[in-house]
Write a protein that binds this ligand. Structure first.
Ligand SMILES: [Zn+2]
Length: 288
C-alpha cells in the first residue's frame, strides 16, 4: 500500500469515526466494496474478485442451527445481485459454509466462472455444476496476483472433520500490497503464523463473535467461531503495517457482535488503534 493512500484512508477514518461514506479514487486500482456478511468485491490489478458470495434475499434462508430462530440473511443486499455477479472476474470461496457461499450464489453464478477454493471444497462445487475450479493447495498466480492459502481453525481445537469441515485463510499479493482474508478463524498459532509470514498491508477480518447458544453435537455452546473484538485488537497491535477491515457482522443469526457494538468498543481504545480498524457499511467502497 502506498503510504499516501494509507494516510488518506486513516484521515478519512478519523473524520468518519465509524460513520462511513463512499470513498473512491480512480487512479489506484486496489479497492474494495463491502457487500454484506463476508461478501466483498475486491479489485486488484484491475481484476474484480468476488469473495464469499452470499446473495440470498433478506430472510430467505433457514437460521444457522443451535442458535436463535432468526431467518438469514438478516439484512438486505446493498446492490442488485446481477450487478454484483456481472462485475466479478473470479470468485474466491474461503470455505463452503452457508454464510460464505449460499443457495442463491450456487444458483445464480455462471457455471463457468473461475472459482478459487480450498481443495476440500472441489468435489462439492463440481457436484453443483461449476466447471472452472482452481483449487489452491498452497499458492497460485493469476493476473500477476499471487494467491496463497493458509490452513485455519474455525474454532479452538478444530480438526477439519465433518460436519464442521475445513476452513482456510487466503492472502492476495500484488506488487507491494498484500491483502489477507482471515476466512472464519480464531486467533490461534495458525492465524498468528500466517500473518507473521505475510506481513499484510490490509487484513479483511471475519469477526462477529459467532457462537452456538444451544447444546449440540458439534461445538460447545459459547465457544466462538470467528474473531472476537479483543482478537481484532490484538491483530491490530501485532500487525503494525496493516489496516483492518472488520466484516462478518449483522447478517447471520449466530453472530453476537454487531457493527455498532464494535464501534463503541473501538471508541474506548487509543486513537491509533481506532484508526487502524475500519467498519464499512454494506455497499461502501474503500480505497486501499
Ligand atoms: Zn462465517
Amino acid at each position: 500500500m502506498k503510504k499516501s493512500y494509507q494516510l488518506l484512508l486513516v484521515i478519512l477514518t478519523v473524520i468518519s469515526a465509524c460513520q462511513t461514506t463512499n470513498r473512491t479514487r480512480k487512479e489506484n486500482t486496489t479497492k474494495l466494496q463491502y457487500v454484506r456478511q463476508a461478501t466483498v468485491l475486491l479489485e486488484v490489478n484491475s481484476k474484480k474478485i468476488l469473495i464469499d458470495p452470499v446473495l440470498s434475499d433478506k430472510g430467505a434462508q433457514d437460521p444457522i442451527p443451535f442458535s436463535n430462530e432468526k431467518r438469514i440473511p438478516m439484512n438486505d443486499l446493498p446492490i442488485l445481485k446481477d450487478r454484483i455477479i456481472e462485475q466479478a472476474d473470479a470468485v474466491l470461496i474461503t470455505h463452503y459454509h452457508p454464510d460464505h457461499f449460499d443457495a442463491d450464489a450456487e444458483k445464480l453464478l455462471p457455471k463457468d466462472i473461475l472459482i478459487f477454493c480450498q481443495p476440500f471444497d472441489v468435489e462439492k462445487l463440481k457436484s453443483k455444476g461449476f466447471t472452472n475450479l482452481q483449487s489452491i493447495e498452497q499458492v497460485v498466480n493469476w493476473s500477476e496476483i499471487s494467491i496463497k492459502r493458509y490452513e485455519a481453525h474455525h474454532h479452538e481445537g478444530a480438526t477439519g472433520a465433518m460436519p464442521f469441515g475445513e476452513s482456510s485463510s487466503f492472502s492476495l499479493t500484488f506488487k507491494k500490497d498484500t491483502i489477507f482474508i482471515t476466512g472464519d478463524a480464531v486467533l490461534d498459532g495458525l492465524l498468528k503464523n500466517a500473518l507473521k509470514s505475510e506481513k499484510p498491508t490490509c487484513i479483511i477480518a471475519n469477526t462477529g463473535e459467532c457462537t452456538f447458544s444451544k447444546q449440540n453435537p458439534v461445538l460447545k455452546p459459547g465457544k466462538h467461531m470467528t474473531l472476537t473484538k479483543e482478537e481484532l485488537l490484538k491483530i491490530a497491535i501485532e500487525n503494525k503495517k496493516a489496516i483492518l477491515i472488520a466484516i462478518h457482522m449483522d447478517a447471520i443469526n449466530h453472530c453476537g457482535l454487531t457493527k455498532e457494538e464494535l464501534c463503541l468498543f473501538l471508541k474506548e481504545q487509543e486513537k491509533s488503534i481506532q484508526n487502524k480498524i475500519l467498519i464499512p457499511n454494506e455497499g461502501e467502497v474503500l480505497q486501499l
